[in-house]
Design a protein around this ligand. Sequence first.
Ligand code: SF4
Ligand code: SF4
Length: 441
Amino acid sequence: MRLLTFRGGVHPPEKKELSEHRELTKAPLPELVYVFLANHTGVPAKPLVDVGEKVLTGQKIGEAAGFISANIHSPITGVVKEISKVYHPVLGKPDNAIIIERRGEDSWQLLEPQKPYEEFEPQEIIERIKEAGIVGLGGAMFPTSVKLTPPKEKKIDLLIINGAECEPYLTVDYRLMLEKSEKLIRGIQALMKALGVKKAIIGIENNKPKAIAELKKASKGTGIEIASLKTKYPQGAEKQLIYAITKRVVPSGGLPMDVGVVVQNVGTAFAVYEALEEGKPLVERAVSITGEAVREPVNVIARIGTLASELIKLAGGIKEDEVDRVIFGGPMMGIAVPRIDIPIVKGTSGITVMPKEITPSKEVYPCIRCGSCFMACPMNLQPFSLNLYATNRLYDRAVENGLMDCIECGSCSYACPANIDLVKNIKLAKKVYRTLKGGKK
Ligand code: SF4
Ligand code: SF4
């Protein structure tokens, strides 16, 4: 059978075997949590609590401050200790966080009512998702309620659930599909109801046959289909996923809704189930703590705002002689962090502790015009040209050649035999161009 896929891409070592067999377990409650006001894409939340105030687990502590923004909730029961700047793993600089110290039992303030998704109206589902502070848990952290509210003229006929988990090392979506299949299916059905679509397809790479079998069983009679995808990076990128499953092409500068599709991640669908039927705001998530340089990789459900250093302890700690770098996320699209006392955010799907020997040689050579980066680019761009324009500050030329279509997947850098960090230069050029244009594309 020909497997569904897309043009380009790369196949880095999967490394799933390190943690895929580890069941999800609850991480111990942290003594302190650091909840960023910017726990999502868009405008940071506005704090609703003061220093010294007592808070319950699940209590709203920050309110969405714009259309593209999200609520934040206390991940533990305790007292607000401080509101100050803490190093943010995505922004790469200190940013405002509410610091909460744990006190007493874990007492929850749940969202009411809790009932089967069938009893919610579509708009009520979207409202609950918004109230619960749910954002894209695949890493993008885009507010889910916004994605579920496309403009009237955009007709959506398909929901795609991203179960590809194409990033090497990470195995939390796999474990969710395996262990929480029935709840996950109900979350997907709720999303279908919210969008008013009759069809949903879960895309899963074919290196997860057990998850495919489990979800086929759990989705029987629901109309939800399972699509087996070729294992190739970045299979889980939205545009590549949509193309692989439907052959619809999202236009340059466009969004999935332009081709009638909304994409949600497996973890997000599970969070939707929990918000509706169990009344839980998004205060915890599944995280893989993995990599050859931790002693015993694990998959845990951790409270948002827990320090990575606490979670790494659950994986037996770092092998100090072997570690090269610690990455929030996986090695392809994740972000290397300068230290480990950094809190996880809603989009942190993994902490990957990379060993020295498989970190590619850092010696950089001149471009040999081999074309490997072009062959690897899933967006059909010419990364070597973009890199040239970027490093020579020819931003308009770069944009004419598709700079803003780059999905920052890193396939070009991975494929480059000269070790040129193309994606780093391209990302920087995008940032500079946006700044020059006053934040617009
Ligand atoms: S140019 Fe962008 S989209 Fe293309 S491979 Fe490089 S990072 Fe990925
Ligand atoms: S892969 Fe590297 S060496 Fe080859 S063309 Fe691209 S930038 Fe040049």
